[in-house]
Write a protein that binds this ligand. Structure first.
Ligand code: NCD
Length: 295
């Protein structure tokens, strides 16, 4: 069967746990990579990326696969070739898998349906970013085991693919989810379709019940012009500072962080229970586990 990870919906709880457990074992040096055939993987990034693209490349290399990086400027898309023609060209070279980040929602799923090749979604517009959620879960599972934790997610939920994948995944895990966001960054109707039991808050005060606070980036590139002024009002009310962290929850953020908009400098530079760089490191192990899942 040709496998794909285009959405959290593609994976059963059992598969999600296998990927997280493998990632944790890789991180503890308790798992050797499987001796499998050398595969050819295309790593196509049509939006900016540091962590995700490098971690996929490193993960593939650690397992012994060939990985070829392609971005917009290096591809014929920049010469005016259509997306459809570029895809047909790449698929003609018979890659074993395509990792893709694209601004169009659902394009990873469409490529899988049209070309019947293994696809990993590395972020499709504001829709989903399933491997980010898997790595976030691997971190949480390593810290909390199977405990049903309470996690607060704060920021631009509406435009964030990380929020959408994480809310799907945390719902499957029966975590208590609390969303902390102003109305202009909320897509409540969409969230209600995923989970009716989410708790909503409009401030970061009194979050002592949270085991984890996850801050998310304001997606400036996806916000329309009349929401631009909301960045300033968000920053005034929702920027995480030391006062909010008295009960010492773990702190997560997928990066990149807008300093002093989502998280204050002192929290970023000195807060001891920040997991932000652990997330980056777990990203490599989780993507190794995802590639082993595909093949
Ligand atoms: C996220 C993304 O690209 O969606 N970054 C990442 O992959 N670590 C989050 C973001 O850009 O806000």
């Amino acid at each position: 069967m040709i496998k794909k990870i285009t959405s959290i919906d593609d994976l059963s709880i059992k598969e999600i746990n296998k990927i997280a457990d493998d990632a944790i074992k890789f991180s503890l040096n308790k798992k050797k990579t499987k001796k499998s055939k050398v595969r050819n993987i295309f790593n196509l990034f049509l939006e900016p990326s540091t962590r995700t693209t490098v971690s996929f490349e490193l993960a593939a290399k650690k397992i012994g696969h060939n990985i070829i990086n392609i971005n917009f400027d290096k591809s014929s898309l920049s010469k005016g070739e259509t997306f459809k023609d570029t895809m047909a060209t790449l698929v003609s070279m018979n890659p074993d898998a395509l990792i893709i980040r694209d601004q169009s929602e659902f394009s990873p799923r469409d490529i899988y349906n049209n070309h019947k090749i293994s696809v990993i979604n590395a972020g499709d517009g504001k829709n989903e970013h399933p491997t980010q959620s898997l790595l976030d879960y691997a971190i949480l599972k390593k810290k909390f085991g199977n405990k049903k934790i309470t996690i607060g997610i704060c920021g631009d939920i509406k435009h964030s693919r990380v929020a959408h994948s994480n809310i799907k995944l945390f719902t499957k895990l029966n975590y208590n989810i609390e969303i902390i966001a102003p109305n202009y960054f909320l897509d409540k109707n969409n969230l209600l379709k995923i989970n009716k039991n989410i708790k909503y808050r409009n401030s970061l005060n009194n979050i002592d019940n949270l085991d984890v606070i996850m801050m998310l980036r304001i997606q400036k590139e996806r916000i329309n012009k009349n929401l631009k002024s909301s960045v300033a009002s968000f920053k005034n009310k929702y920027c995480l500072n030391m006062k909010h962290l008295k009960s010492k929850p773990f702190l997560m953020h997928p990066g990149p962080v807008n300093r002093n908009i989502e998280i204050s400098d002192d929290v970023l530079d000195t807060y001891k229970r920040s997991l932000i760089l652990d997330q980056v490191e777990m990203g490599v192990y989780t993507r190794m586990a995802c590639l082993e899942y595909l093949f």
